[in-house]
Design a protein around this ligand. Structure first.
Ligand SMILES: [Zn+2]
Length: 248
């Protein structure tokens, strides 16, 4: 049986809170309690591997303790998993209110992304953005999401990129389809496509103020149309679709 990265993370976490050395038997018992189907010999191999990577140190029969490096790795993994679960929770949109909050936070991030893209986008990114907005139509929801992703990338600001990569996670493709559906029902899709073209024109002109302003206008419009759509007796449509996204 082979061990998995999740098993290793759980073992490091266990060792970091355990007082004193941990033996293979106690480690295997802990992992089984956590739902891992694991034998003592697998855990022994895992621990030997950790020794080789200088994350653990053997104290002979007493078992093993984490090295300084092992303690650091365990703490980082803990932070990573907290961060992942808080993002997962934020992206688990349940109702109209969550959806509007999501769009408002996109407005905050994407206005800065558009501004930075106007200042920093590379020529090939400008070419790609121009190609993306040339045509419109209902079938182009993937390109519409890619448009927002590309502006995030073209910001060349690591902080913005880290957040937009998460906001435009593939799991949220369905959310974009929901927004397109709202755009169609509210007759706003043509306007949104025009706004995309205007944003690209400002970025191409290296007009940071213009790009930022137009992105705010664009997200404001999406927020307004979503509110109108929900308030015209369609909140249940949004809730049903959000539940599907959650399952996806
Ligand atoms: Zn858009």
């Amino acid at each position: 049986m082979r061990h998995t990265p999740a098993m290793e993370t759980a073992l490091l976490a266990f060792m970091s809170v355990h007082e004193g050395p941990v033996g293979a038997r106690a480690a295997a018992r802990h992992l089984r309690d956590r739902g891992f189907d694991v034998s003592e010999s697998t855990v022994s191999r895992l621990l030997t591997g950790l020794d080789e990577r200088a994350l653990t140190q053997s104290l002979g029969k007493k078992g093993r303790i984490l090295t300084e490096e092992g303690t650091r790795v365990a703490a980082n993994q803990q932070l990573d998993s907290q961060r992942a679960s808080s993002f997962a929770d934020a992206l688990n949109l349940r109702d109209v209110h969550d959806l509007l909050d999501h769009l408002a936070s996109r407005r905050g991030i994407e206005r800065e992304a558009a501004r930075a893209a106007a200042l920093r986008a590379r020529p090939e990114e400008l070419t790609r953005l121009r190609a993306m907005v040339q045509t419109g139509g209902e079938a182009r929801w993937r390109e519409r999401l890619a448009f927002h992703k590309t502006i995030g990338d073209a910001s060349h600001n690591k902080q913005i990129q880290a957040i937009t990569t998460t906001l435009f996670d593939e799991r949220l493709d369905l959310l974009e389809r929901l927004l397109i559906m709202i755009g169609i029902k509210q007759d706003a899709l043509i306007r949104w496509d025009q706004e995309h073209r205007d944003i690209v024109a400002s970025i191409s002109d290296r007009d940071a103020d213009g790009a930022e302003r137009l992105m705010v206008v664009h997200l404001d419009g999406m927020i307004r149309e979503t509110e109108h759509f929900a308030n015209s007796g369609n909140a249940h449509v949004i809730h049903t679709l959000l539940a599907e996204i959650d399952l996806a």
